[in-house]
Design a protein around this ligand. Sequence first.
Ligand code: HEM
Length: 409
Amino acid sequence: MSIETDVDQNLICDEAVRDPHTYFSRLRDVDPIYWNARHRAWVLTRHADVGAALRGTDLTAERITPFASAVSTAAASDGVDDTFRILEDWLVFKDAPEHTRLRRLVARAFTPSVVKARISEIEQTITELVADLDSSADLIQEFAYPLPAVVIAQMLGVPPEERDLFKKWSDQITALVFGAYGQEDRFETAAAGMLELRDYLVDLIEHYERSPGDNLISVLLEHEADDGDVLSREELVATCTLLLFGGHETTTNLIGNGMLALLSAPDQVDLLRANPDLVGPAIEEMLRFDGPARATVRLVKNEHMIDGRTMSPGERVFLVNLAANRDPEVYADADRLDVERRPTNHLGFGVGIHYCLGAPLARLEGRLAISALLDRYSNIELDVDPASLDWHPTMLSRGLVNLPVGLSV
Ligand code: HEM
């Protein structure tokens, strides 16, 4: 059977945005190594293929330069060019050895003990946000969305009164990086946000150079690797933009998608209420069941073969994390949320050299956020039919626009 006749070619068509699990599981069943002519990209949906592709060296993460050249020749303003120059310094878009060097320099600012030291600050932010919720609330806009922005802004050393700006810039950049394909002005919007953020960070970095504080920028400024290597100023600015962006919408969506999944399975809510220690495994299961990483992009560097299909250098590949995480070859009863499952091999944070650097922070925020909601409210109910919820129409991320709930203490 030809898959072409069976599914909508548009990977962000209505169905693929609303219910990507059904859409991509059809691909996984019928053509797991699928060439999508509309997007001119391979689409891999099996856990084994996605994992192998992310761990191997046939595919390259260096996808910004070719994309930037295409956009620059097509239209763009100086601001867009400058934005691509910043993105080119993001370690997530680099291969070894440049990636190895940058990751080593940045990872020292993101050790588990650095994250742990932030627990009480994060708890306080959560307590304040929870206290502001009414009996009828939008869990995305009033809770899951502001939380990670405040946390990462605090960690970078942004003063409280300037944190709203951070959220705005993050949204603008998201439109570009997560592939909001329908949005016509996405390059200009992202460029405006990125350049304002860059100018802001240049000043903030100079400030902490003069008077260091208890924040990531000061740590990144003060440390050198054993061989004397340091981040250049451009790399430091780019890294801060990556941390802001990487830590914001993803964590919002972990909490949002996770709460939706939980509220749709009342037996799992009861189980979690009865066993609060299950919150750690529950977060892993939420990342597996309906995580924020919808797909990851790579380009083919060296000819890559799977099941006799040949991917040629230069071709684009979508590795669909969501579909891999529901692969029945790996997970029994894969379409069921089971907070006791312990899915240690899920691909919600990716795998291989680009495995999410912020995973310890995201896990901590997720655990504290979900526990706080369950502790504070004896009853949390969806206020709408889940089928009517709006999802952001993006290729790489999965997240709700709103999540209206009723809350009772
Ligand atoms: C639930 C929340 C999160 C999810 C689902 C998530 C997901 C991911 C995924 C799938 C990757 C791999 C991308 C690839 O292979 O191309 C990644 C990388 C990365 N993430 Fe996260 N992330 C989350 C939270 C965070 C946070 C809180 C931060 C930091 C504040 C962060 C920073 C990064 C960085 C710096 C990388 C690049 C690592 C590298 O290239 O070596 N992420 N993330």
